[in-house]
Design a protein around this ligand. Structure first.
Ligand code: ADP
Ligand SMILES: Nc1ccn([C@@H]2O[C@H](COP(=O)(O)O)[C@@H](O)[C@H]2O)c(=O)n1
Length: 258
């Protein structure tokens, strides 16, 4: 497949190469992929692998065709009372209302309109956004949007062209979350375990797990599942290069209307 792409300049471990940026002007619809799954299931790692396999790491935004954003950037600001609870691990960050869902919807709509967006920067140590800090998301051909509840609200869910669910067993997820939250998110062991028992696990069962049924592809074992990741990468490549069309219009990228 890659051998047919004469203009290609990026190679990777699958031999898949991207050519020049297809969607290098504002206003073109990117292929939007939602990546849901429980906490520490490997959503970010799966997205990273997809980007690596598409040869999309360590590049400038003018060249980058695939970008990844996280639902965690959209946690809403807490009231002082909620902040005090959060500091003791007593705030439910796994409930759909913990996010600024209007901002998610508008941002995703802007992304689909091919607009440049500013995404808030979130700090897990303070449980709040970093003041006046934003990440600029430039128009791209493929946008990965990962998060525990990206398929929860129908208005947002319906906007994805492809929906992936990373399905990693809950013991493994807890075993990964504990060291991560202690090392990277400034938590202590008691806090992580209490938050997990009282909020994370019940909310996973009530809000996240039921969204698995909306997924087009379920990825058992997350980033360990290289076969699933390779298949997804090939599918993305085919869509981007017009080999497979899809009903949202991006398949038309290879014809003259785009
Ligand atoms: N397949 C894997 N094997 C070992 N560790 C992993 C694997 N996938 C993810 N991790 C680790 O588990 C933690 C959570 O992974 P991450 O991709 O951030 O999950 P999520 O985005 O779903 O919260 C991270 O520390 C990550 O390095
Ligand atoms: N201030 C916060 C915000 C979120 N969390 C937890 O993060 C989890 C979602 O992120 P993943 O990378 O694990 O998908 C979610 O389960 C929240 O409990 C937090 O602890 N503190």
């Amino acid at each position: 497949m890659a051998e047919n792409v004469s203009e290609s300049h990026k190679a990777n471990d699958m031999g898949i190469r991207f050519g020049s940026k297809i969607n290098d002007v504002e206003g073109k619809t990117p292929f939007l992929i939602g990546v849901a799954g429980g906490t520490a299931s490997g959503k970010s790692t799966v997205c990273k692998r997809i980007m690596e396999k598409l040869g999309q790491v360590d590049m400038d935004h003018t060249e980058r065709q695939v970008v990844c954003i996280s639902q965690d950037s959209f946690y809403r600001e807490l009231t002082p009372a909620e902040k005090a609870k959060a500091e003791k691990g007593l705030f439910n960050f796994d409930h759909p209302d913990a996010f600024n869902n209007d901002l998610i919807l508008h941002t995703v709509q802007d992304i689909l309109a091919g607009k440049k967006c500013e995404i808030p920067v979130y700090d897990y140590r303070t449980n709040s956004r970093c003041d006046n800090q934003f990440t600029t998301i430039y128009p791209a051909d493929v946008v990965l949007f990962e998060g525990i509840l990206v398929f929860y609200f129908p208005e947002i869910r319906e906007l994805f062209h492809m929906k992936l669910f990373v399905d990693t067993d809950s013991d493994t997820r807890l075993a990964r979350r504990v060291p991560r939250d202690i090392k990277e998110r400034g938590r202590d062991l008691d806090q992580v375990l209490n938050q997990y028992m009282y909020f994370v696990k019940p909310a996973f069962e009530e809000f996240c797990s039921p969204t698995k049924k909306y997924a087009d592809v379920i990825i058992p074992r997350g980033a360990d599942n290289t076969v699933a990741i390779d298949l997804i990468v090939h599918h993305i490549w085919d869509i981007l290069h017009g080999a497979v069309s899809h009903k949202f219009g991006l398949g038309a990228m290879s014809n003259s209307s785009c």
